[in-house]
Design a protein around this ligand. Structure first.
Ligand code: NDP
Length: 514
């Protein structure tokens, strides 16, 4: 089997732009490929080609498009090892992170959207109680918008970049994906796979480039699906507003994890360690801060300390080699270090890790902090790294208040053996998704909407809303049986108007007034 570097080199041969971007393996520091840095004019040319290809793709219908998606699902499974190698090479994540959170997502998403797109987007017959439309045919119809731009982050090149292209394509749109400049290779490989599976030329294209390429893409498309930081998301939203195109924004988070005193502490500790450190803490829905009720605080911290101390970190070299991989994005290591230093300067204690790990790659040790509070950036700003700050709280009320004391509202977790109590707490949290006695797993239920509240986003992915957003809604009314002249048609006549008035009173005026 060819090595990762060879495969990446093969992809890089496709890169022929004049301006280019070097892609680094964050776990080794080696440059593994060079990709084109597209200009605004080149992105406009991609858009022209996409628009030309889209009508034929739409005309294939749900069944025709689903056939290609199911072929792509099979392709992904047949090529899983190759895709994992490319993901790992450009992100530095563990093989398990690439398999569990990326390959599995892609496999499920191809199947899910192939099967359900028509359920969500097929014509809906509507019944209205309004007498004026009695006997008329009423339909809600979903028409693909045309050309969708997807802009993705570097933490999940398959799940959070390519993943959103699947429903957009299944809806009948052409798609241009702008991956992060740090992780473009997975998207390029998937474009190759889609071509092999028979996706017509230009229906799906990858626009490699920097932030400016993303901005240029917003100028060309009919709708933008953005995943990334809140800061860039706001800039994208402003640009989209100027063009009056819809934007769906999946942004940052500072997800709380609440451990109530009646929790199964062993499960809570195992879950917290996993949800804080999987993918090196670089998951939008990572656990970013933990609140533990005072009676179980010491025992929970002891369990977490023991488990976090045993995590292995280093260059991922196949399954089972490490638990925690590299820091993918160079500036992120500075942010992680700054948050830890800020916390320590304000009185926090490091009980595990706390430092950058030795190179040549870019690593930050899995870190557990205690004695933290909300004066510290580690508890209020998105760290997006392998850190777990744990705060003691007096009771559930304090945990809820602190969990909601955030600009973000992406996801959250609550642990309690009393599931009714856990669910009651969940309903009081300001977050788009809450897991009771679990973390992150809601994301795998593609039937459930996933979207952030507050500064964590606008709109959602998954479920009906996750595909309808790629369409324009059209209301169709068909009048089949009718008179030559309806009562509301001109000319206005006193007698008819009075009759209509009496009818309205009869219909709407008989309720009690309290
Ligand atoms: P960024 O916001 O820095 O970048 C996201 C994407 O936007 C990249 O492709 C980037 O290109 C591009 N971009 C940069 N500037 C512009 C611009 N002016 N106009 C259009 N596009 C632009 O985010 P990160 O890549 O750092 O991703 C990490 C963030 O993503 C975290 O905050 C994380 O929480 C969030 N995230 C949210 C998820 C969710 O579902 N809510 C899921 C995953 C991540 P380039 O990289 O080339 O600069």
């Amino acid at each position: 089997m060819a090595s990762t570097e060879t495969q990446v080199e093969a992809i890089a041969n496709a890169a022929q732009g004049q301006r280019s971007i070097d892609v680094e393996n964050p776990a080794t520091g080696a440059v593994i490929a060079t990709v084109p840095d597209l200009t605004a004019a080149e992105i406009a040319a991609l858009a022209t080609r996409a628009r030309a290809a889209q009508p034929e793709w739409e005309a294939l219908g749900f069944e025709g498009r689903a056939r290609i998606m199911l072929r792509a699902q099979k392709w992904l499974m047949d090529n899983a090892q190759r895709v994992i190698e490319v993901i790992v090479s450009e992100t530095g994540k563990s093989w398990e992170d690439a398999q569990t959170a990326e390959i599995s997502y892609g496999g499920a998403a191809f199947g899910f959207w192939a099967k359900h797109a028509e359920d969500y987007l097929g014509d809906e017959k509507v019944h209205s109680s309004n007498l004026l439309v009695t006997g008329k045919k009423l339909i809600t119809r979903y028409k693909p918008l045309g050309l969708i731009g997807v802009i993705g982050p570097w933490n999940y090149p398959l799940t959070n970049s390519f993943g959103d292209c699947i429903p957009a394509l299944m809806a009948g749109n052409a798609v241009i994906l702008k991956p992060s400049e740090v992780t473009p290779l997975t998207s390029m490989l998937l474009a190759e796979g889609m071509r092999e599976c028979g996706l017509p030329e230009d229906v799906f294209q990858v626009a490699t480039g920097r932030g400016e390429a993303g901005a240029a893409l917003v100028d060309e498309v009919d709708m933008i699906m953005f995943t990334g930081s809140t800061k860039t998301g706001k800039a994208v939203a402003v640009k989209a507003a100027e063009r009056l195109i819809p934007a769906s924004l999946e942004l940052g988070g500072k997800d709380p994890f609440i451990v109530l005193s009646d929790a199964d502490l062993e499960r809570a500790a195992n879950t917290a360690v996993w949800s804080s450190f999987m993918n090196g803490g670089q998951t939008c829905v990572s656990t970013e801060r933990v609140y533990v009720e005072a009676p179980v605080y010491d025992e929970f911290v002891a369990k977490v300390t023991e488990k976090a101390s045993k995590l292995r970190q280093g260059v991922p070299d196949g399954f089972g080699s490490v638990e925690v991989g590299a820091v993918t994005f160079p500036p992120q290591a500075d942010i992680i270090e700054a948050h830890v230093k800020d916390a320590v300067a304000k009185g926090a204690r490091v009980v595990v890790g706390g430092h950058r790990a030795a190179g040549p790659g870019r690593f930050f040790e899995p870190t557990v902090l205690v004695d933290v509070d909300h004066t510290m950036d580690a508890m209020t700003q998105e760290t997006f790294g392998p850190t777990m700050p744990i705060m003691k709280v007096a009771d559930a009320e304090e945990a809820i208040r602190l969990a909601n004391d955030s600009q973000y509202g992406l996801a959250a977790s609550v642990f309690s053996k009393d599931v009714a109590r856990g669910e009651a707490v969940a309903r009081r949290l300001q977050a788009g998704a809450v897991n009771v006695n679990d973390a992150l797993l809601n994301y795998t239920a593609l039937e459930l909407p996933m979207g952030g509240w507050k500064a964590s986003g606008l709109g959602s992915r998954h479920g009906a809303g996750g595909i309808r957003k790629y369409c324009a809604q059209q209301a169709i009314l068909v009048s089949r049986l009718h008179l030559k002249r309806d009562v509301h048609h001109f000319p206005n006549k006193v007698g008819t108007s009075r009759l209509i008035g009496r009818l309205f009173k009869f219909l709407y005026g008989r309720g009690k007034r309290d």
